[in-house]
Ligand binder design. Structure first.
Ligand SMILES: Cc1cc2nc3c(=O)[nH]c(=O)nc-3n(C[C@H](O)[C@H](O)[C@H](O)COP(=O)(O)O)c2cc1C
Length: 155
């Protein structure tokens, strides 16, 4: 059976959504991977254990991932997800040295989901303004990120 991946995101202005969709497009370039993309509010928690990999993405809001994504991770901690692959991604506006959502997402996943495996280091994507758009040269990184994770999961 082909490995299944779910890309879960929250997005206020659509930029993190576009990142999620572009990551999924990268994954679909690798044969034999099934990928679905879902807004965090639409996710059926009970179905999460059906996936081999769970990708989580959020915009940076005051140096943090959104509350919706953080709560979602906390709920994942109660599911049997031992040995599943995880990866985090996020968007940010300010200087890269500023605290971003991605690192905090990763930390929270490792703390709350026992036995989670990181498929790849998190991806942080810069936007040009509060509402976007995504900065030049950033979208190809999303595609590569998707491809890399898909290849890793298949191996
Ligand atoms: C309430 C709020 C707080 C924000 N705080 C930060 C921040 O601390 N650091 C940062 O780099 N960007 C910050 N931003 C900019 C967001 O990162 C940007 O709006 C987001 O990446 C756009 O993604 P989206 O279209 O998926 O919502 C903030 C935006 C909002 C709305």
């Amino acid at each position: 059976m082909s490995p299944k991946v779910i890309v879960v995101y929250e997005s206020k202005y659509g930029n993190t959504k576009l990142v999620a969709e572009t990551i999924a497009a990268g994954m679909r370039e690798v044969e034999g991977i099934e990928t679905v993309v879902s807004e965090v509010k639409e996710v059926n928690l009970k179905k999460i254990p059906d996936y081999d990999a769970i990708l989580l993405g959020s915009p940076t809001h005051i140096g943090e991932p959104t509350r919706g994504i953080k709560k979602f991770i906390d709920k994942l901690g109660k599911l049997p997800l031992e040995g599943k692959f995880f990866a985090a991604f996020g968007t940010y506006l300010l200087d890269k040295s500023f605290e971003q959502a991605t690192k905090k997402l990763e930390k929270r996943i490792s703390e709350k989901v026992p036995g989670s495996k990181l498929a790849a280091p998190g991806l942080s994507i810069r936007v040009k303004g509060m509402k976007g758009p995504i900065s030049e040269g950033e979208l190809p990184k999303c595609k590569e990120f998707g491809k890399k994770i898909a290849t890793q999961i298949k191996a």
